[in-house]
Design a protein around this ligand. Structure first.
Ligand SMILES: [Zn+2]
Length: 183
């Protein structure tokens, strides 16, 4: 009769389950629990509805923002929005510039499954000339110690789009973007 290996460190239990599919975890009080691998998958059918042009745009290497159509408002969003969150009127699509600046950033030492392989990774709020809101995106090919608020960055797109927000990320811009100073 075979019995799964008994281990007392959860990391070892995880590794054993990766190898064989089962293990027995013995806790500090000597209690034993059988632990097994149980694959779990859901195919979720999801509609992007009014946001669809944004995700189709990513696949074409375009970043699409939305602009309020109300003459008295014209608020510009760096994200897909079918209606203006300032005045409630419908918006129209426009192409954002593919370069922007870091507004703020953080380093993530843990993430959801899609990002675990790149952990730790940097997430930034990107600001664009002419837009009144920010876009949250990953920063790649950049060391944390090199990042600063106002750093020019440019968009990169996945050549094999998945129609997901992960189809776009930003890298440090090749040349500094000109800065406009108010006089
Ligand atoms: Zn508006």
């Amino acid at each position: 009769m075979t019995r799964p290996k008994t281990l007392s460190k959860f990391r070892e239990v995880q590794a054993e389950i990766e190898r064989t599919g089962s293990a027995i975890y013995r806790d500090a009080e000597g209690r034993e629990s059988l632990v097994i691998r149980s694959p779990y998958q859901i195919n979720y059918i999801h509609s992007y509805a009014e946001d669809s042009p944004f995700f189709l745009g990513l696949a074409e290497g375009r970043l699409r923002g939305s602009r309020c159509t109300s003459a008295g408002c014209r608020f510009v969003f760096a994200t897909p929005r079918s209606h203006c969150m300032v005045c409630g009127e419908p918006t129209e699509w426009f192409d954002l510039p593919l370069t922007g600046r870091i507004h703020s950033w953080t380093t993530c030492h843990f993430g959801s499954e899609a990002f675990l392989k790149e952990t730790p990774y940097n997430l930034a709020m990107i600001e664009f000339d002419g837009a009144g809101s920010l876009l949250l995106a990953r920063l790649r090919d950049a060391k944390q110690s090199d990042l600063y608020v106002g750093m020019p960055v440019e968009a990169r797109f996945d050549p094999k789009p998945k129609y997901s927000i992960t189809d776009v990320w930003f890298v440090p811009a090749a040349a500094p973007a000109p800065t406009k100073k108010a006089r």
